[in-house]
Design a protein around this ligand. Structure first.
Ligand SMILES: *[C@@H]1O[C@H](CO)[C@@H](O)[C@H](O)[C@H]1NC(C)=O
Length: 212
């Protein structure tokens, strides 16, 4: 059995390894083989001798996303789904277009910190920690960071369309929408659990759930 001194002495190194976001690559690249049936952490590599420039590129990010939807939000992702060469590299990019008043509702990225800059318009942004709400109104050229795992949102508070570009330190940051995770999961989280959590009547829970 390892001595407690040895065990606790090793702890800082153990947690350092666990703090990183995506793991570091073990080779120059591992372009995703999107046809592979192998399930692993990330995607299997394509034969490196068959890799081409298009495996590392995409286009169209100058085109505004479609905001003709109930949320008024257009999201154009650039992850491993768009650029297979991003596999194992721990980074991705997004374009957001917001109609006036549009909200990117509270959500989290379980695997990435996000850094966002406003190209046009103005955005109210924020994230919540376990006990506080950090919020700011951003103008063109401003940059804001949403720390990994924390619930965050954006809202277009200008009179015109807003556009932002964001980068994330994961090839596949993932997204959990708070409202739909709580009220729209299948099977349901029991109504009485949510009634207690939100300190409301079960009918209120069922009413909100009916919106999902
Ligand atoms: C935008 O999305 C709406 C709703 O899905 C659709 O009707 C419309 O054709 C789309 N516009 C473009 C330019 O793709």
């Amino acid at each position: 059995m390892a001595s407690p001194i040895l065990f606790f002495g090793l702890l800082p190194f153990v947690s350092l390894a666990a703090l990183a976001s995506d793991p570091s690559p073990l080779q120059d690249f591992c372009v995703a083989d999107t046809n592979s049936q192998v399930f692993l952490n990330g995607l299997a590599c394509k034969d490196p001798t068959k890799v081409e420039a298009k495996d590392f590129s995409s286009s169209g990010l100058h085109i505004a996303g479609n905001t003709s939807n109930p949320g008024g939000l257009g999201v154009t992702p650039v992850t491993t789904a768009q650029i297979p060469g991003l596999n194992t590299l721990g980074i991705s990019l997004f374009r957001f277009d917001y109609a006036p008043g549009a909200v990117n509702p509270p959500h989290t990225h379980p695997r990435a910190t996000e850094i966002l800059t406003v190209l046009e318009g103005s955005l109210e942004v924020g994230f919540v920690t376990s006990n506080s709400h950090i919020t700011k109104v951003l103008q063109k050229g401003d940059v804001f960071v949403f720390p990994i795992g924390l619930i965050h949102y954006q809202r277009n508070v200008g009179k015109v369309r807003a556009t932002a570009i964001a980068a994330a330190n994961s090839q596949n940051p993932g997204v959990i929408q708070v409202a739909s995770a709580v009220f729209g999961s299948e099977p349901d989280i029991p109504s009485d659990v949510l009634a207690q959590a939100f300190r409301v009547d079960k009918n209120v829970v069922n009413y909100i759930r009916s919106k999902f």
